[in-house]
Design a protein around this ligand. Structure first.
Ligand SMILES: [Zn+2]
Length: 178
């Protein structure tokens, strides 16, 4: 018998304390949801969701093509190709299974944006990549490591009354050298 527990991906990572959902029972506290989700007995089916939308983030090995909500989540997280230094925007790029399906699941933690060029490079050249929830660790053919972290997202924080909008700074605009 499998019992389903639904928990936000961020709560499972310990970043927040959103309540979970136990199928047939109802809401459970975050620490209980985490304990159940980490239980190795195999009794529990863990369902990870995006706390902002409630959409499912892990389809395991049941589907190859990421459903639209999962795709949107990964694109919002990655924004550009995840190859070191590449700024090709996600809408011109592919979603790649970091660990090829079906060895790796169709989940947010195993999908990443790669432009066509770097997708081919990953598939056919001797670059290796590992992912830890959006953090991509690349190893070059000569053994050097590059870590690519998610770009910080603009926080949807309302400005206090009376204060003008802060100017948006482009992260590509490095200060001049002198
Ligand atoms: Zn690229």
């Amino acid at each position: 018998v499998e019992v389903q527990v639904t928990v936000a991906a961020t709560t499972l990572l310990g970043l927040d304390e959103l309540p979970g959902e136990l199928a047939g029972y109802g809401t459970i506290p975050a620490d209980v949801a985490r304990a159940i989700a980490h239980d190795p007995s195999g009794t529990w089916r863990r369902v990870l969701t995006d706390p902002a939308t409630g959409h499912l983030l892990d389809y395991g090995r049941t589907v190859y093509r990421p459903p639209a909500a999962l795709r949107d989540h990964v694109i919002a997280r990655d924004q550009t190709c995840r190859f070191p230094g590449c700024r090709q925007p996600a809408h011109h790029a592919d979603l790649d299974h970091t660990v090829p399906y079906p060895h790796g699941p169709t989940s947010a933690a195993n999908l990443g944006v790669l432009c066509r060029h770097h997708h081919r490079l990953k598939t056919h050249a001797r670059w290796r990549v590992e992912q830890d929830h959006g953090v991509f660790r690349w190893t070059t053919p000569s053994g050097r490591c590059h870590i690519r972290r998610p770009e910080p997202l603009a926080e949807p924080v309302a400005n206090p009354p009376g204060k003008p909008d802060a100017p948006q700074r482009d992260p590509d605009d490095d200060p001049p050298p002198f």
